[in-house]
Design a protein around this ligand. Structure first.
Ligand SMILES: NC(=O)c1ccc[n+]([C@@H]2O[C@H](COP(=O)([O-])OP(=O)(O)OC[C@H]3O[C@@H](n4cnc5c(N)ncnc54)[C@H](O)[C@@H]3O)[C@@H](O)[C@H]2O)c1
Ligand SMILES: O=C(O)C[C@H](O)C(=O)O
Length: 308
C-alpha cells in the first residue's frame, strides 16, 4: 500500500506521522514544492521508526511527481492555512490554483488513486478536484466531517463530564464556521440520547462551540490546527487501505442524495477499498434539514468563485 501526501507542512506531516505509527502502509511519499522541506520532514519521521516501532518507509521529494507513481491513496494538504480572523473561504484565491495543479499531476502518475482533499475551503476544493480530474466520484473524498465530529465528541464529553469513549456523534454539512451541521438529535452517551442528560441550551452551546472549533484553535495557535486534522485523515486512509467499511462523514459529490445536486458536501459514507462505497441517507430533523440546505447554499456560492 503506497500513500502520497502532498504538502509537508503542519497537516501533511502530522498525517504522515499517524499513518506510519499505525503501521498499515508499506510506503508513504511526502511531496512539497519548497526545496528540501519534504526530504527533511521524511528523514525526521524515519528517525522515529525505531522509537515508535513502525516499518513504513517514508520518503520526501521536492515537486517530483514521478516518485508518487502508482500510489493507491493520495492526500492533498498543500496550500495556505488561515490566520486568526479569516474564514476558510478567503483561502480560495491561492488554494484553488494549487489544488487544481496538484490533483491533475497526481492523476498523471497514479491513474487508479483514491484522492483525499484536505486543503481549504475543503468542500469547494473537493468539487474542484472532481471537475479538474474527471475521476469517478467514489474516488474523490473531502476530509472535514471526521475532524468536526471529533470536535463535537470532545465538546459533548466536556459538557457531559463523561469520557470521550462513551460519546458518539456526527457533524455533516459544509466544513465552514457557519455551514457545519452537528447532528445533536443523533448524538448518544453509551446509546442513550444526550438530550437525556443535557438541556437544550447546553446542547446549543456544544453545537456552537463545535462549529467554531477550527477558528478557536486558529486564534490560539496563530495558524490552523494540525494534530486532529492529521489524525482524521489517517483514520480515513486506514479505513480505505484496510477495507474496514467504517462510516465517516465525508465531503462527496451528491446526485440527489439529501435533496442536493452538483455539490460536494459532508454526509455519512462507508469507506472501503473502493473509496466511498455507499452514501448513507439518514433521516434528519426539520431543523437539521433546513441547516443542511443553508449549508449547501453557502458551499454553492463559494463554488461559484471557481474558474472551471
Ligand atoms: N479539511 C480540514 O479539516 C483541514 C484541517 C486543517 C487544515 N486544513 C487546510 O490544509 C491546508 C494546509 O494546512 P497546513 O497547516 O498544513 O499549512 P502549512 O503552511 O503548514 O503547509 C502547507 C504546505 O503546502 C506546501 N505547498 C504549497 N503549494 C504547494 C504546491 N503547489 N505543491 C506542493 N506543496 C505545496 C507548502 O510549501 C507548505 O509546506 C490549508 O489549506 C488548511 O486550511 C484543512
Ligand atoms: O480551521 C481551519 O482553517 C483549518 C481546518 O479547517 C480546521 O477545521 O481545523
Amino acid at each position: 500500500m503506497k500513500v502520497t501526501v502532498v504538502g509537508a507542512g503542519a497537516v501533511g506531516a502530522s498525517c504522515a506521522e499517524y499513518i506510519a505509527i499505525k503501521n498499515f502502509a508499506s510506503e508513504v511519499v511526502i511531496l512539497d514544492i519548497k526545496e528540501g522541506f519534504a526530504e527533511g520532514k521524511a528523514m525526521d519521521l524515519m528517525q522515529c521508526a525505531s522509537l515508535n516501532g513502525f516499518d513504513t518507509k517514508i520518503t520526501g521529494v521536492t515537486n517530483d511527481y514521478s516518485q508518487t507513481a502508482n500510489s493507491d491513496i493520495c492526500v492533498i494538504t498543500s496550500g495556505i492555512p488561515r490566520k486568526p480572523g479569516m474564514t476558510r473561504e478567503e483561502l480560495i484565491g491561492i488554494n484553488a490554483g494549487i489544488v487544481k495543479n496538484v490533483s491533475t499531476s497526481l492523476l498523471e502518475h497514479s491513474p487508479n488513486m483514491i484522492l483525499i482533499v484536505v486543503s481549504n475551503p475543503m468542500d469547494t476544493m473537493t468539487y474542484l478536484a472532481h471537475k479538474a480530474t474527471g475521476m469517478p466520484k467514489n474516488r474523490i473524498i473531502g476530509m472535514g466531517g471526521a475532524l468536526d465530529s471529533a470536535r463535537f465528541k470532545y465538546r459533548l464529553a466536556e459538557a457531559l463530564g463523561a469520557p470521550i469513549s462513551d460519546v458518539d456523534g456526527m457533524v455533516v454539512g459544509g466544513h465552514s464556521d457557519v455551514g457545519m451541521v452537528p447532528l445533536t438529535s443523533h448524538a448518544t452517551r453509551n446509546s442513550i440520547k444526550v438530550s437525556e442528560f443535557l438541556s437544550e441550551e447546553r446542547l446549543e452551546q456544544v453545537a456552537a462551540d463545535t462549529k467554531v472549533g477550527g477558528a478557536t484553535l486558529t486564534k490560539l495557535l496563530g495558524t490552523s490546527a494540525w494534530y486532529a486534522p492529521g489524525a482524521a485523515v489517517s483514520g480515513m486512509v486506514q479505513a480505505i487501505a484496510c477495507d474496514t467499511k467504517k462510516i465517516f462523514p465525508c465531503s462527496t459529490f451528491l446526485e440527489g442524495e439529501y435533496g442536493l445536486n452538483d455539490i460536494c458536501i459532508g454526509v455519512p459514507v462507508v469507506l472501503g477499498k473502493n473509496g466511498i462505497e455507499k452514501i448513507v441517507d439518514i433521516p434528519l430533523s426539520d431543523a437539521e434539514k433546513a441547516h443542511m440546505q443553508a449549508s449547501a447554499e453557502g458551499v454553492t456560492k463559494t463554488n461559484g468563485l471557481l474558474d472551471l
